[in-house]
Design a protein around this ligand. Structure first.
Ligand SMILES: Nc1ncnc2c1ncn2[C@@H]1O[C@H](COP(=O)(O)OP(=O)(O)OP(=O)(O)O)[C@@H](O)[C@H]1O
Ligand SMILES: [Mg+2]
Length: 301
């Protein structure tokens, strides 16, 4: 197990972005994406980190980028600590030990498209909320009588705008096509569905349902590549197929213990969030390690 890292420091270089979970450093043509052990719930970053979470996010993304390479080119270059160290040393930057534990990914810098490419095979989250009021999602009409957690007749593409603050907004596909070059939009949609289908089938064989997931794309040398993270617990809803039961919220693979604890604690969801007790932290860490094992058939390196 590695030590818990809440915020990364790279002496001599400020991050261009600190997201809820990841810190991003600009290395001109490359980016260094550092997944910390931060966890968020109800839109707040908690003061307690989850051991190994950053390593799971980084290694799982790397696994999928490699696995899906023939379906979809991506920004992925390396998670090899030595290679990353060399790239930084060439820029006279020294990388602290805690960033060489498998939480860093070196990627190609791209021009990010302004949408989140969401694919859903099951009904939950914002799609479930929209379905209850309108019977549709992103303008796609769904059959009547679906429950929360129901499997959809077929996977659907439901793009969303990237909100810098607050929640992403689901948008009709037609709006996405107006926001960018339509050829790129079409390609992003087709790749998203193909990647979801391949990954969902792979996961199903391992007893895991990928209920929905969120991809991001960018343009690099005039080609579309997948960027950001890929099929992690932070970008996807993973459910245990053996426990799947439509008609309510499904136990989530990652933050269930955290949400349960926060609900019991009486916290009003206004920041600051309370710290997590050790048993909640450790059980959550085990969930992250477990999903890594189940999907990759191997232990976290
Ligand atoms: N290869 C890339 N080229 C350019 N931008 C990228 C690339 N990969 C990822 N990004 C961008 O990096 C940012 C990652 O930051 P983001 O705020 O999503 O962090 P996060 O830790 O996932 O937090 P949040 O929970 O808020 O999403 C995104 O805006 C994404 O578009
Ligand atoms: Mg993100």
């Amino acid at each position: 197990m590695s030590s818990v890292l809440l915020s990364s420091e790279l002496p001599g270089l400020e991050p261009i972005l600190r997201g809820k979970v990841r810190d991003v450093y600009d290395l001109d043509y490359h980016l260094l994406i550092v997944a910390t052990d931060r966890i968020s719930a109800y839109d707040s970053i908690l003061p307690t980190g989850i051991p190994d979470k950053g390593r799971v996010l980084t290694q799982l993304s790397a696994f999928w980028f490699e696995q899906l390479r023939s379906l979809c080119p991506s920004h992925y270059i390396s998670v090899d600590p030595e290679q990353i160290q060399d790239v930084l040393l060439a820029r006279k930057l020294e990388i602290p030990e805690e960033l060489l534990e498998g939480r860093c990914m070196l990627v190609t810098r791209a021009r990010a498209l302004p949408v989140e490419c969401v694919v859903r095979g099951y009904l939950d989250g914002s799609a479930w909320r929209e379905y209850q009021t309108s019977g549709s999602i992103c303008g796609i009409r769904l059959p009547e009588g679906l429950k929360q957690g129901s499997r959809l007749p077929e996977p659907i593409f439901t793009p969303a705008t990237k909100a810098t603050t607050g929640h992403d907004e689901n948008i009709p596909e037609s709006r996405m096509f107006r926001m960018m070059e339509p050829g790129l939009a079409k390609q992003a949609k087709e790749i998203s569905l193909a990647v979801y289908n391949a990954a969902a089938e792979y996961a199903q064989d391992r007893g895991v349902i990928i209920a929905d997931t969120n991809f991001e794309y960018g343009v690099f040398q005039e080609s579309l590549i997948m960027i950001d993270e890929c099929l992690t617990p932070d970008s996807s809803r993973f459910w245990d197929a053996a426990r799947w039961e439509p008609g309510g919220p499904q136990p989530s693979y990652d933050k269930q213990f955290v949400r349960d604890y926060l609900d019991r604690s009486g916290w009003n969801h206004e920041p600051p969030a309370p710290p997590l007790p050790a048993d909640v932290t450790e059980r959550t860490a085990e969930k992250y390690r477990q999903i890594y094992r189940r999907l990759t058939d191997s232990e976290l390196p």
